[in-house]
Design a protein around this ligand. Sequence first.
Ligand code: DGJ
Length: 732
Amino acid sequence: MKKTYLTRLLTICLVAAGLFVKAQIVTIPVETQHNALVLQTDAQKNLKMVYFGAKLNDAQEYAQIAKMYNPNDDSGVLDDAYTPSGSANLAEPAITVTHADGSKSLDLHYISHNVSKIDDNVSLLTVILKDPAYPFEVKLCYKTFFKEDVTEQWSVIIHNEKGVVTLNKFASANLNLKADGFWLKQYHGNWALEMRPEESKLTHGIKTIDSKLGTRANLYQPSMFTVSMDKPATEDEGKVLLGAMEWSGNFREDFELSPEPSNYLRLIAGINNAAAEYHLKPGQEFVTPALVYTYSSRGTGDASRNMHRWARKYKLVDGEGQRLTLLNNWEATYFDFNETKLAQLLKDTKKLGTDLFLLDDGWFGNSHPRNADNAGLGDWQENKLKLPNGIGWLVKEAQANGVKFGIWIEPEMVNPASDLYKTHPDWIIKESGRPEKYFRNQLVLDLTNPKVQDFVFGVVDNLFTKNPDLAYIKWDCNAVIYNAHSQYLKKDQSHLYTDYVRGLYKVLDRVRAKYPKVPLMLCSGGGGRVDYGALKYFTEYWPSDNTDPLERIFIQWEYSYFFPAIASSNHVTDWGRQPIKFRVDVAMMGKIGFDIVVSKLSEKELAFCRQALTNYDGVKDVIWHGDQYRLQNPWTNDAASLMYVNDARSKAVVFNYLVNNRYGAGTKVPIRFKGLDAQKKYSVKEINLYPGSKPVVDNNLVYTGDFLMNVGINPQISAYHTSVVMQLDAMN
Ligand code: DGJ
């Protein structure tokens, strides 16, 4: 009798406690300077993402948002902040697991959250979710950069089950957006065709952008995207989310428009789970890479400037520092060079006025000399015939000429025609039961293997140890992963794609620990590897092997939505049919370099290039560290126009290029400038004039910022003046 009474009392208490807990709705606003992402629990402790948009004046009102929506969603978890699968969810999940007991049912409930302030501008919110039925936990991490309106979001997965849990899907982020229609701008491409944009209205169902290439993941589809809300955003108007995965391997981004009447956009982004399930031991943490995103209600221009500021301050190596201009020999010599030729190129580097000479592919391999792209990769010893005195001699010779010396490597790869291939077949990613399949005659080394990581680190370390004055490295990566099999991973083959990238980052961590500031260019057979996961270790990237300046205007324009100009290595080459002035003017919108035969330049051409480099010295600080404004879009106009303005709004540079060859094409009306101070007066001067030519813009006039932004200047672009660069200086 007594026992029954006590049991009833206990039950009543538990139910009451349950009701009490149910009533606790927790609202977590994640705010930046202008925006807010709001998380909120429901009565069942599901964590929802209930708002994403402009910050509200009264933070108390965030709690009222959820009840304004009637999604008619039976599952109750359509707007989950990290959607599990196998329980209530009926949509694309963020996470799918197979528990140690074989069950595939996962539910995640809110447990707690914590905000830690990293500094005045950066905060980290962590939210802990747990499965009530299994010892399985996910930590959601939101790192916010207040002034820049940027968020990096990732997840940490851990469990304490009695055995291994398989992660079948393990996204970094799961966003829920609410709007009256969504427009996705995505990119596709190929070698020399990088960053082709496509924009379309998202329809119901799932649109997936992904990569399964293993390495040089961006070759066909980069992870960069923009989502416009309510209507397609323009440069200066509209609500837009701009994002990208910070991951240099296979990724997957699902954009799912949920059924009527909710019409939510569920964005789930992370490592691609295709053939990549991960086995997680009890107590082991799985940390996903981050999705980085920024939101603006003032168009793509504002959003991209947010991203640029963030990248310069927090991501790129030395993002607020200086860069070296250079002369590269790839297109000038390809594999055909020797010390005599290089000695001349070092002199040309000085003659041209660049800071550094970059020796490209072809300097290594002895039993398999690297005289073409089918031999030598993996054998990182100087070729004795081409360079009998080694790299040390070249570094000294460069110094004697008053320039610095840099070198090309591709340390992740191996040619079958190499000593490395013979001595370490176990270090190579390949399926022994199948014929080898090559991409550019090469195979990929197995970076999951710590010994291979040591080897790759050693390639860099040996170069710097032997040549402490080596000033620059171009890190290339030309092959994708075929026949994905690792001898090292044994039974965990599905870890290969993930652990390859982690292995790469371990190597790069070691490189940066020992050589924190040395400039490194991230190159990948053109622009196949441009992402913030890798750029954390690099000072710059190679956007494309396509250096035809006309093509580059479009390619650089599109990259510029996501990456700042200081990171864009733009080389003047012999691609295309444009005159040297046009080629130099285009390369100046970033970090300029040359890859031409200097001795073949006419006197006038050389004089022009030298003068342009002097002009560049005068404006590079604005291009590298200033704000970028895209003024006129090359896809829809005869002329492209864009400008850079420094923080003080006292100096700017404006680039204009003809992009259409039809009769009469050009600028018929003024181009309105942006980002200036309306109250200031600016002198406007055309720079980069070709010797003997007169400015098309009157160089003696002064205009107010007000005039320049409301009326503008006609750069007089036409078939006769295909590129015009203007420098603006505020008058005191
Ligand atoms: C591909 C790069 O994109 C080029 O710039 C050049 O370095 C070659 N590889 C060398 O093989």
